[in-house]
Design a protein around this ligand. Structure first.
Ligand code: OAD
Length: 232
């Protein structure tokens, strides 16, 4: 196929070599914090200070972090591949953009964005958010991190499903396959006959559904795979 349509899904593993902790690896974020406390609307209602401070810390870490060869290779693919490339990420760290990627689909939100819990308006988040900041549009003290929490619906699902329905290749990179709907994308891609590729350090929960699995660090496997696509 001359110019295959490609859908890429990335997870925390692609940013691990940039020094950002993953969620479920040993010592990962979910070993240090309870999901119910820091990543649910109920947790935010109970203790907004804790939640805002959790994401302030993550925002500061992401701000300092530098993109790695995995992010760089995907940016190169987006710029040089002649077919469609949709880059979907579960990451909120902004490293794909730092690497030069454009039009990144942030299905779980973004640390550099604030969201009004009252009117859904969005604006650039300050490096340090405070509880009760007012929305610049409706003036309610309802600012929150623009992160999709457990129990909320991921963003841009229509666009992602449309791209998957036309995909020739689906690639999952650095994601453990624990969180739906992202973990179900491989099934959707298989359904339309797309070639499926997993690049992960350890086999994911859904590894059996992928035709081609490339274990290893994303900084090595992703550039190699991108070279293959661009020279085929
Ligand atoms: P996880 O922490 O669940 O999984 C990270 C995966 O990356 C693991 O399977 C690791 O084996 C792999 N990995 C680690 N280092 C790697 C490297 N250098 N190269 C390649 N792979 C590597 O993170 P996600 O799957 O992204 O959601 O988690 C999905 C969602 O769960 C997150 O978006 C977040 C979390 O709860 C919300 O907060 C809503």
């Amino acid at each position: 196929m001359a110019h295959p349509s490609i859908v890429i899904l990335t997870g925390a593993g692609i940013s691990a070599e940039s020094g950002l902790g993953t969620f479920r690896d040993e010592g990962g974020l979910w070993a240090q914090h309870r999901i119910e406390d820091v990543a649910t609307p109920e947790g935010f209602a109970r203790d907004p200070e804790l939640v805002v401070s959790f994401y302030n810390t993550r925002r500061a870490q992401a701000h300092e972090a530098v993109h790695n060869a995995g992010h760089d290779a995907l940016a190169r693919l987006q710029h040089e591949h002649k077919g469609e490339v949709l880059l979907v990420t579960q990451n909120v760290d902004g490293l794909h953009e730092k690497a030069g990627s454009v039009d990144v689909v942030h299905m779980h939100g973004a640390l550099d964005s604030a969201l009004c819990g009252a009117c859904d308006h969005r604006w650039p988040a300050p490096l340090k958010m405070h509880v009760g900041e007012t929305c610049p549009k409706c003036n309610q003290p309802s600012a929150r991190p623009d992160i999709v929490w457990f129990g909320e619906i991921p963003y841009h699902m229509d666009r992602i499903e449309q791209a998957l329905a036309q995909a020739d290749i689906f690639v999952a990179i650095g994601t453990s396959g624990n969180v739906y709907p992202a973990a179900g994308f491989v099934q959707m891609a298989r359904h339309v006959g797309a070639k499926t590729v997993e690049m992960n350090l350890d086999p994911s929960e859904t590894v059996a559904l992928f035709e081609d699995t490339r274990p290893g660090k994303a900084s090595l496997t992703v550039p190699q795979w991108v070279d293959g696509i661009l020279t085929s």
